[in-house]
Write a protein of this length. Structure first.
Length: 288
């Protein structure tokens, strides 16, 4: 990857003070860049903070945020073959985040690359474990249908020009795009040497909403066999595995509070994802 200037597209919404930390670390990157912001009706001075570092900041009015549309507009507002996306609450861990991320484009078959995400120091233990499992050295990713996160990533413009982001999805638009890209023969590269701090301490209500949305989206995105759709395979087996993994983690750290919380958290996850998945399958059949 040559050292030419690249565009970084940052999406933001009420992320103070994390956005200030993120911007300070972005400013330290050794690779040259131009920052473009898309702010979704922030009222906590997030937009003003992004303005200090960005060449331009576009306003996304309240109630009008559609992920795929914002990503497509980000591509239209930038130039160059490689375009980087960074959420405003994703803080690079060092000044090589951008260089290492772009190094993931090892050949023309790579359409997109994504960073490792690390839990912040204040992340609740079970959410921290979840983040490390999803990313870390990447070994768990091979067990999933597909893995990608737009939160800290970069994509190849020539591929996007043939296939833009779906503007009808409210969740998992990044999974949808990279999955479609893979079906065309391109590769998606995980780059653990490019790392950011990114985690959330969800309430059970927030956790339910997230997994409902993701379950609904993945029902639409992927093809499912009867066995993969079956409640035992899709819901119960992951539920049991997650609890056992949580408990093993908690026993090692002597964390009795998280040990007791795990069943409620994983039950919320299972029920939300199952409900969203079934609704998504129904909508998929009706569209056909």
């Amino acid at each position: 990857m040559n050292p030419e200037n690249v565009f970084i597209i940052m999406r933001s919404h009420n992320d103070m003070p994390l956005v200030a930390e993120t911007l300070r670390m972005v400013a330290k990157q050794e690779h040259p860049f131009t920052l473009i912001g898309f702010d979704n009706a922030s009222n906590d001075r997030t937009r003003e903070e992004v303005h200090k570092f960005a060449a331009a900041v576009y306003k996304v009015p309240k109630g009008e945020y559609v992920p795929g549309r914002v990503l497509n507009n980000g591509m239209k507002s930038s130039s160059g073959e490689f375009v980087v996306f960074l959420n405003s609450d994703c803080t690079p861990v060092n000044n090589k985040w951008l260089t290492n991320l772009l190094a993931g484009f090892t050949d023309n078959s790579v359409a997109a690359v994504f960073s490792r995400q690390m839990p912040r120091p204040n992340c609740a233990p079970l959410f921290a474990r979840e983040t490390e499992e999803a990313y870390g050295d990447g070994h768990r990713q091979k067990f999933w249908k597909h893995c990608f996160s737009m939160a800290s990533s970069a994509i190849r413009r020539s591929v996007w020009q043939k296939m833009s982001f779906d503007e009808n999805l409210q969740y998992s638009e990044d999974i949808d795009w990279t999955w479609r890209v893979r079906q065309k023969g391109f590769n998606i590269q995980y780059v653990p040497d490019s790392a950011v701090f990114h985690s959330h301490n969800y309430s059970l209500k927030q956790y339910y909403k997230r997994h409902y949305g993701e379950g609904k989206a993945e029902a639409r995105i992927f093809h499912w066999t009867d066995w993969e759709k079956f409640w035992l395979r899709y819901s119960l087996m992951p539920f049991v595995r997650q609890i056992l993994t949580d408990w093993k983690f908690c026993l090692k750290s002597l964390d009795s509070k998280s040990f007791a919380l795990s069943p409620a958290l994983r039950l919320t996850q299972m029920l939300a994802r199952r409900e969203g998945f079934l609704i998504g399958l129904l909508e998929k059949r009706l569209r056909k």
